[in-house]
Write a protein that binds this ligand. Structure first.
Ligand SMILES: Cc1cc2nc3c(=O)[nH]c(=O)nc-3n(C[C@H](O)[C@H](O)[C@H](O)COP(=O)(O)OP(=O)(O)OC[C@H]3O[C@@H](n4cnc5c(N)ncnc54)[C@H](O)[C@@H]3O)c2cc1C
Length: 602
């Protein structure tokens, strides 16, 4: 029997990013005893990296904005595969969640008359992103942390959950280890909220932090939950591409929101070449109109640089493929060109985009107020994840809730920028509330010792064998996913990806680590492999199944949207015999009132 410490909670929240902290705060406010587990230090979760802002129809900058426009924008961006109820709740509740954050101490940028300032972002009809320069995630985490910690919750920093425990079908807790000493812990809990973020580390080029190994997706899968939309991986159009050591680091869409333009090596704004039909009436058809839009002219339409991310990423790929790319295989993003057009010139750019200025100055020795940046697509966000009930955020497993990037439904085939931070607040709160309710209504569950023994034995196995280094397996997997299941996909590549993932699963069974259990990076990587391989298998299978191109999923062999394919979500679930099964579930019919909202906004 392995040695372990035991902690008892009503609600255990796994993850201390925006979704986890908001859920924990709410569950505490409902009177639940709450424990939070996080792989990193408190305040360091991936959310801290968020830059551009939080989408909410506060209508502070343009009074024409309201929840209906935000709802319609989100559904259009997601190509109508979204869970419409989630999109409705999100659009209606986001303004209150942002105002609440302000009341808890978040210091947003301000309009001249002192209200929260909002900026333009891709796919949002009106300026909608509440922001703090380009460091919004930092302010969000700081505020949630300050507020949450006083509501009384235990935080287990630098702890990793390895498995969820179940009792007779319902959730019973989780088992994991502390990264510093390598000791095991049992968390008994009446309800568990997964808020573990995304899967970007399964790909070679990514904007995501080291935490993004798909743990929550994988934990939920092995606990019996269904996952949906796993084919939809968002490739953000603008990541750094040079020098190689910084490849993938995000260049916020805020640059384009502030007037930045994309050019190919001929100096041409290629985004005007291909404007999708469903956005044509809302998109500027000349450069001057696009500029006026970014400067707040309400009669103007958005420049094509602010079309949805999936589309912009593919246009960049096209330029590169056709030989019109930049020297290092991307295109140019130019914000310096606005200098003569704005008061304060270079200072204005530095004030609006302080992190971008420093990022390029320090990492690429480039002054963005003088020269264009070189950018290209980077793996950024996972639309797919744990299937949840829209109102309560409970998964198919009783007592298991999910919120934030590891949950699915809100964004459909493509997420609009800014809609993640608002997702974390709206659905983090809901998950915390309903998890606390579940805990109140259901007594403690029993703990099955055999589940703990299996988890501990599997975790320690890499110390007991000789074999290859786990980093080699991880690196090969990242190459496989980048090359065979990336921005442009085809049947033969995806089948090849599945074959390679299966071979890597065999190799992962044989990886070995040396040294002790204390802060052993090799061991941590060995333990991440199962999650990375599981989510990669899900992505490739779902991508193979969806025989059309929609949103972030582009199939070279099925380049058009299909009305039939667009009627269902793809579901991945483990069968009783342990196989990964892919099925479909038809979209639920949207109520007439919401259909009318979409029609009105067309
Ligand atoms: C550079 C960048 C900029 C972005 N800018 C914006 C923006 O401006 N607006 C916007 O809306 N979105 C933005 N996004 C997306 C957004 O930041 C993320 O989608 C969001 O922060 C995810 O929050 P989360 O709470 O779901 O997860 P996270 O903040 O990633 O938190 C996950 C937590 O789970 C923990 N965890 C994971 N696995 C385990 C485990 N096994 N055991 C214990 N703990 C675990 C982690 O340690 C972490 O604490 C940006 C993303 C990036 C990369």
């Amino acid at each position: 029997m392995p040695e372990y410490q035991t902690h008892d909670y009503d609600v255990l929240v796994i993850g201390a990013g925006g979704a986890g902290l908001r859920a924990a705060t709410e569950a505490s406010a409902q009177g639940a005893r709450v424990g939070v587990v996080t792989k990193s230090l408190l305040g360091k979760a991936h959310t801290v990296m968020a830059e551009g802002g939080i989408a909410a129809s506060l209508a502070n900058v343009d009074e024409r904005d309201n929840w209906r426009v935000h709802f319609a924008d989100t559904m259009r961006g997601g190509q109508y595969l979204n869970n419409w109820r989630m999109a409705e709740l999100h659009a209606k509740e986001a303004p209150d969640r942002v105002r609440e954050l302000e009341a808890w101490g978040a210091v947003f940028d301000r309009t001249k008359d002192g209200r929260i300032l909002q900026r333009n972002f891709g796919g949002h009809r009106y300026p909608r992103l509440a922001h703090v320069g380009d460091r919004t995630g930092l302010e969000m985490i700081r505020t949630l942390q300050d507020h949450g910690i006083h509501s009384g919750m235990d935080v287990h920093m630098e702890h990793t959950v390895l498995t969820l425990l179940k009792d007779d079908g319902r959730i019973a807790g989780a088992f994991g280890y502390d990264r510093e000493r390598g000791r095991f812990l049992l968390f008994r809990a009446k309800a568990v909220v997964l808020a573990t973020g995304g899967i970007g580390r399964a790909f070679k080029i990514t904007s995501n932090s080291w935490e993004y190994t798909g743990d929550g997706h994988s934990l939920a899968y092995y606990a019996g939950a269904a996952l949906i939309d796993m084919e939809f991986v968002q490739f953000h159009p603008t990541g750094m591409i040079w020098p190689p050591s910084v490849r993938g680091i995000l260049v916020t869409e805020g640059v384009r929101g502030e007037g930045g333009v994309l050019k190919n090596k001929e100096g041409r704004r290629f985004m005007f070449d291909d404007i999708p039909e469903n956005y044509r009436s809302q998109t500027a058809d000349n450069e001057e109109e696009g500029w006026r839009y970014t400067q707040g002219d309400r009669q103007s339409r958005r420049p094509p640089e602010l079309l949805t991310r999936d589309h912009v990423a593919r246009c960049i790929m096209r330029e590169v493929r056709d030989g019109r790319g930049s020297p290092h295989g991307g295109v140019f993003l130019d914000i310096a060109w606005i200098k003569p057009r704005v008061a304060g010139g270079a200072e204005h750019i530095k004030r609006k985009l302080p992190s971008m200025y420093h990022q390029f100055k320090q990492l690429a020795d480039l002054d963005i107020t003088e020269e264009p940046m070189e950018v290209g697509p980077t793996t950024h966000y996972m639309m797919g994840g744990i299937r949840v009930d829209a109102d309560t955020q409970m998964s198919d497993v009783p007592g298991l809730f999910a919120a934030g990037e590891c949950a699915a439904g809100l964004h459909g085939a493509n997420r609009l920028g800014g809609n993640s931070l608002s997702d974390l607040l709206v659905f983090g709160k809901r998950a915390g509330e309903y998890a606390a309710k579940f805990a109140k209504e259901n007594g403690p569950a029993g703990i099955d010792q055999s589940q703990i023994e299996t988890a501990a034995r599997d975790a320690l196995a890499p110390f007991e064998r000789t074999g290859e280094n786990p980093y080699g397996v991880q690196e090969t997997l990242q190459d496989v996913m980048q090359n065979l299941a990336g921005i442009v996909r085809r049947d033969s590549d995806l089948r090849q990806a599945l074959t390679e993932v299966a071979a890597l699963e065999q190799r992962a069974q044989r990886v070995a680590v040396s040294g002790s259990r204390e802060y052993n990076g090799g061991w941590h990587t060995a333990l991440d492999l199962r999650n990375l391989l599981t989510v990669s298998g899900m992505v490739a299978r779902a991508a193979l199944e969806r025989k059309e191109s929609r949103g972030a999923h582009f199939r070279e062999d099925f380049p058009a949207k299909s009305e039939v394919e667009g009627q269902s979500n793809i579901v991945v679930q483990q069968t009783d015999t342990g196989e990964m099964q892919v099925t479909r579930t038809p979209l639920r019919e949207m109520p007439v009132e919401l259909q009318q909202v979409i029609e009105e906004m067309k």
